[in-house]
Design a binder for this molecule. Sequence first.
Ligand code: BGC
Length: 752
Amino acid sequence: MNKKNIILILSLMCGMALATTASAQNNLVLREDNIEEILKAMTNEEKVSLLVGGPGSLVPGAAGYTREIERLGIPMTVLADGPAGLRIQPKREGTDQTFYCTGFPTSTLLASSWDPELVETVTTAMGNEVLEYGVDVLLAPGMNLHRNPLCGRNFEYYSEDPLLSGKMAAAYIRGVQKNGVGTSAKHFAANNQETNRLENDARVSNRALRELYLKNFEIAVKEGKPWTVMSSYNKLNGECTQQKHGLLTTVLRDEWGFDGIVMTDWGVKDGTVKSAKAGNDLMEPGRQVEIDRLLAAVNEGTINQEELDRNVRRMLQYIVKTPHFKGYKFSNKPDLKAHAVVARKAAEESIILLRNENNTLPLKGSEKVALYGLTSVDFFGIGTGSGEVNSKHIVNMQEAMTEAGFTLDENLAEFYRTCYATQSATEKMEGSAIDKRHRLEPIVSVKAIERQAKDNDVAVVVLGRIAGEGADRAVKDDFELTTIERELLQNISMSYHKAGKKVVVVLNIVGVIETASWRHLVDAIVLPWAPGQEGAHAVADILKGKVNPSGKLPMTFPINYMDMPSSQNFPYHWDMTKGRKGERPNVDYTDYTEDIWVGYRYFQTNNVEVSYPFGYGLSYTSFSYSKPNVKAEKDGFTATITVTNTGKMAGREVVELYVSAPSGGLKKPSRELKSFAKTKLLAPGESETLTMKVSAYELASFNEMHSAWETAAGNYQVLFGASVDDIRATASFHLNKSQSWEVHDVLGNPNE
Ligand code: BGC
């Protein structure tokens, strides 16, 4: 072959190779196994666009989207709120079809079940709606701690205790994600108030962060493995959480092993570049200015290629898991009927009985009931804001009581229906969005109450509180009863008791209220919180004894608001109508001066009296606890205890395992929840042995001086309680050798 021919053949081969590459490039589309190849093929413009959310219309009412890159087969993905169910628009233009979602019980009620398995069942159904309505990630669970009862979003969160909160969130995540859709554990971190929520600087000690405000996320991330985490709006020790490398990378990924994406809460902040470098992969809802900033930073080298690729790689790893990427053909027709059953059952298993003097409850079911309170008609299934679900119907107490077989005082029922209709009509006429917070409890005259007390067998009074995103609650007329409510209770109490009849209160509230000053007026109190669209049915079934209540408080009910240590610095007198600043302290920052002394950790250790303690809840039956057995293991201990139903009705009992650490070293709460378990439904006389495991790491406290978790050697008391204040059995556990786990000191200091 001569030289000319060889050159010709070589150039032909070369041409063929080039053509093949070009066509491969043209056909290069994202697959689960070619993420690195896709990364190489992406331009920096494309990469940056994947880190910033964008507009979309795939699912009306969804909160956000990730951007599509058609050339590389990278689909748009859809993000929508939670946590009490999927939040999308129920109606769409051009079709009569509806897109309602199930309003499940709110997170605080789910936590009151103390039953992770139940939570997982609920969110398995919820996740199915996410999948079938074409959404890829549910923006939930909300899991900030109940640091203070006035936080307007507490109903979206679980508890004042990080273990209970973390276990509930982990179960929530597992349930939703079983459906092949994602979750977003939010809001990371120390996002415990709504006042000035976009800017407030939470100034928290490392110990309180590690033991409380991060602990629940640590459990949820390790045990639930959420696809995504949402960084919060607020600052933490002077730096935006979404820009805090120590939080988003060192702690979240390096220490806890999180391998999903971090997305911002919804809004543009200065410092997009810092966010991306800190490990915040996705900016939501996403604006052009963020793309511009990131691109400029890439071009200038402020973000290096490795950092850019790291975030993009994580986005691609997320995308290949989504139903949109997998081409799932969603039906837009989840089984709402079946899910309503799940929602109702969940409420039944979680509602708390706070008071039951002389076995007032259960009622017989055949009584004539005088049902009081505007909330008996305008029942709050969920709170307001992004956590509200568009369900087709929220069953109210009038409907539920009637369906349960009670006979309602029809005149009274009609009175409340008319009041509600009038107030709603006025709100509509004034053009304001219906503000449920400002509904007025109608006055019922003493004379009318006296007549009703004669005509009826029992009074059931529904008291309501609603709140939500964007505003914290107030002490006056919210945490505390209004004058009208107080008078109503007093008058009902007087007239009904005079007539030899009982008074029952149902608390349809989204957060803790004051109970100590009025509970003696009434015979029974049922606490369903905001129990979702079917929750009123569950209340009625509990009133008539079809269901035996087994919920327990996931937080403390203090006697007075100011008894809560965080009340010293929580911005409780914020008046939303008077502008944003200058009204009171703690607008720009909140000093968490109570440190780790939140909730029962404070009340129990300092012997401060409360209205209802953490973990409290009554039943229609009684339980006995056996002598427990605590066995030392290679790592920590295993505890077993047998619970027997000693009463006359089938029921379930939650056993709470608290530990008192040996003295010396760090000052610790007198007891801390370390595990819990709930029995199955036990028939009268039936027993069940519960097993709880606690590891040495779970016993540790955080020593700031050493930046380490430390478990001291010595004798640990293991307490088995029906509440934090009702210890039924004790045992001890000896740890021979102290143990410690060093971590990074990267969270900043409140005094800096
Ligand atoms: C809320 C988030 C929510 C997001 C999207 C934000 O304002 O804080 O909880 O997921 O909006 O709706």
